[in-house]
Ligand binder design. Sequence first.
Ligand code: PRP
Length: 186
Amino acid sequence: MYYDMEKDIDHILVGQEELEKICDRMAERIIADYGESGHDLVLVSILKGSVIFTAELYKRIPFPCAIEFMKVSSYGAGTDSSGFIQVHLDLKRDIKGCDVIILEDIVDSGRTLQKLRSLLSDRGAHSVKCFTLLDKPSRRQVDFNPDLVGKEVPDEFVVGFGLDYNEKYRNLPYVGVLKPEIYETK
Ligand code: PRP
């Protein structure tokens, strides 16, 4: 018998139907805001957590639109915006003059997107917006707000639909809250 990940989930926070609706709504917004912008649109998906969300959103866009991936880590402490971002995997194209939407699975302290947004703006993009599937505003450490949020979530340990704990649970088809005994040291 295989390891059933479901048994480690305390409860479902965002079910499959709600996730579909969130992606529908975000795609509608992209179509309305960028469909006739006259600039090339580039979606920048932040690995790894955003891959499932990105794929769901991408297939809902009916006009040409490029996709790129970045892998980054942000460092910093406290509530100031000092600190830096380390780029492990960078874009493979020039984004000068493009409309860019950064796609995140979750915003926590806000450091990653705050730094990434200014990094990509500095490369000459026409516009840079940040869309996130989930947002934990109660965890914010810096002054950053995403441009579009799928769903605000409480400060609980969420996994699934791309989000992991120790590289596990990303492939659950919903967002669930992990049972504390899974991550609490015994
Ligand atoms: C998570 C998430 C964001 C970042 C948010 O990535 O996907 O990129 O942390 O945190 P912040 O708002 O405090 O900066 P993680 O480093 O866990 O990588 P992963 O997506 O590969 O799991």
